[in-house]
Design a protein around this ligand. Sequence first.
Ligand SMILES: [Zn+2]
Ligand SMILES: [Zn+2]
Length: 339
Amino acid sequence: MNTNNTNDSIINVAEYYSNSDIRIKKISKPLINEKEILVKMQACGICGTDVMEWYRKTSAPKILGHEMSGTIVEIGKQVKHLKINDRVFVSHHVPCFDCYYCDNEQYSACNLLHKGNFFPGGFSEYIRIPEENVKFGTFLLPKEMTYEEATMIEPMACAVAGQNSLNIEKDDTVIIIGSGISGLCHIQLAKNKEATVIATDISDYRIEQAINFGANYGLNASKINIDQIKKINNGRLADKVIVCSGSMSAVEDSFNYIDKKGKILFFAVPSSNISLPSTGLWRNEISLFFSYGAATGDIQATICSKINCLLNAVIRYICCNYCCPFIFCKLNMTQTGYS
Ligand SMILES: [Zn+2]
Ligand SMILES: [Zn+2]
């Protein structure tokens, strides 16, 4: 990190006001207690939710960023399982493992998971990691994983968490509506379970990438005829549908594509309330699922298993197809001209 700060206790942060108003501000370097650590941020991804103005502006001004990776630079005396210079991913949300929801393995419903966070946010040169996040949310990066790659751990873990409720099985036909980054994560996970995957999008470019990522079929959402889906799934509609787009038409499409007894996962939601075709859902016994965030186990699964290979494939795609400084906010002020 190369900044023009003369005083080491003053650091740079990027403060969000709106999508077109992000201000570089100087604040005091956070101090840690004996059970905390201080991480020097190396890379931080911009989440799809970070650019959802209707969602983010209500809490602005705020230092956003939760897809971060970094190096431990200070460590509290009581922290024994980590050391200075460890390369880590830190989850901003962690469950307490000590409440009704956690006891029932419903970690994403834990109150701590919803209210906890690291300070002051991911788009900061240095980040203070509170005790709970040190205990349950700090993960060593595998040697071969770069800091930039590690910014995809959280998004992939959220997809893992979302698919947990769907029980995707071999031979299921799964439609993924929206083939952006989260759609690609879902494609890879569903393919890993040997499902037949139909990816949709309104962009032909994204459809092409969905196919590159293993989708068996790529259909343009604006031109789909449900007979195409039936043809693919032996005369039936889809067994599972995953909505990865915040548009209302994606939600409406999901109700049209799902087969009787099917499951729909709303991984993304629109800004306004959804109206349900309740009679059809009732008669066809459709189950609706929503998923929010990821918990410790989903992150471990993402880092430690075969999913890690899938994760790297998504990262290679991002690095090849997007302008990296847009995706990864490295607060190198000299380089960006904000010094
Ligand atoms: Zn995110
Ligand atoms: Zn809990």
